[in-house]
Design a protein around this ligand. Structure first.
Ligand code: ZN
Length: 333
């Protein structure tokens, strides 16, 4: 059974933040535990205090399917001022986290502080990405894959609070299994108002995470317009999510680096249904006139003439999305 050193565990956390498409600044010295981070993306930002231990078997006289963290090295969990406190376990064999409810573990930890959950939750998280686990004592633990860490961080207080209502736990499980299986009106009917936003935003985040992962995999983890990798990639929707005909299918997605994603959304660059890449020449002229055209030639030179496409034809941009999106962004090609 692999047990990672504290530094490796924190590397896992940092990798998970990046994998979900977020960025971080480390606020505490390297090697310190708990570690503090500011994580951010798209105007959202959270300050977090991360406690993490290996998940190990329950020990003597404990059920065989029980896993636990032993929270050694801290006397008690402190709240992070203006931020969130994470209590995490990591199971290296399955590559999943367990998240425990800070609100229920604020007292002094005592001599042998351990917090448990069942193996079934870890297994479910491997399959689905996200799995709530009712511990039976009113605490909801949440098991999740690394790519879902940021979604967990964004909503953890409300998610753990769902532990008090069986119907809410059931709905969270279904959202974990398939975010599209639960529609928003059902959430509005069954989830207490104070937790509704968190459940809906978790649902959106899980959809988004799934979409990003599928698109980047389809495109071999590189920008379809310039080929750059460097972990600077987004899964961009061709037809924006706000449009009623938009979907999370890979045929409505394209892998773009941060620069080309922004340029695509602003209609400085696009591609047609035969995948030829076009620069917006009238916009380029306006930029020149306004003396904002610095870098334009380098920008053009970096672009390939045609998108680099996924090998599987089903993953390629569908004509209906491409044409609709170009029309919306004011292109006449
Ligand atoms: Zn690019």
């Amino acid at each position: 059974m692999a047990r990672l050193a504290k530094k490796q565990l924190l590397n896992v956390v940092e990798g998970a933040i990046r994998e979900g498409g977020w960025y971080f600044l480390r606020l505490s010295p390297i090697g310190s535990h708990p570690a503090q981070y500011q994580i951010y993306r798209d105007g959202q930002s959270h300050r977090v205090r991360v406690h993490i231990w290996n998940l190990t078997r329950g020990g003597q006289n404990r059920p065989e399917d029980e896993w636990r963290i032993q929270a050694t090295g801290v006397d008690r969990f402190e709240p992070e001022p203006d931020g969130k406190t994470l209590i995490l376990g990591w199971q290296d064999e399955r590559e999943v986290f367990a998240g425990f409810d800070f609100a229920r573990h604020r007292a002094d930890l005592g001599i042998s502080p351990s917090i448990q959950l069942r193996e079934a939750a870890l297994h479910q998280a491997v399959l689905d990405g996200f799995a709530p686990h009712n511990k039976g004592n009113g605490e909801l633990a949440i098991a999740f894959r690394p790519d879902c860490l940021a979604a967990y961080v964004a909503n953890l207080e409300s998610l753990h609070e769902c532990g008090r209502a069986a119907e809410e736990i059931e709905m969270l499980s279904r959202i974990g299994q398939d975010p599209d299986a639960v529609d928003d009106t059902e959430v509005e009917e069954k989830i207490a108002e104070s937790r509704r936003y968190a459940v809906l935003s978790t649902k959106r985040a899980l959809r988004e995470t799934g979409f990003r992962k599928r698109v980047l995999t389809a495109y071999g983890q590189s920008c379809a317009m310039c080929g750059i990798q460097l972990r600077l990639l987004d899964g961009a929707h061709i037809l924006p999510t706000a449009h009623p005909d938009s979907t999370d299918g890979t045929d409505n997605g394209v892998a773009l680096c941060a620069l080309h994603h922004r340029a695509f959304d602003r209609a400085l660059v696009t591609f047609d249904f035969e995948f030829r890449i076009h620069v917006n020449e009238s916009m380029a002229r306006e930029l020149k006139a306004a003396e904002h055209a610095g870098g334009l030639e380098a920008f053009k030179d970096a672009l390939r003439p045609v998108l680099t496409l996924p090998p599987d034809r089903r993953d390629r941009p569908a004509q209906r999305f491409v044409e609709k999106a170009n029309e919306l962004r004011g292109w006449s090609l």
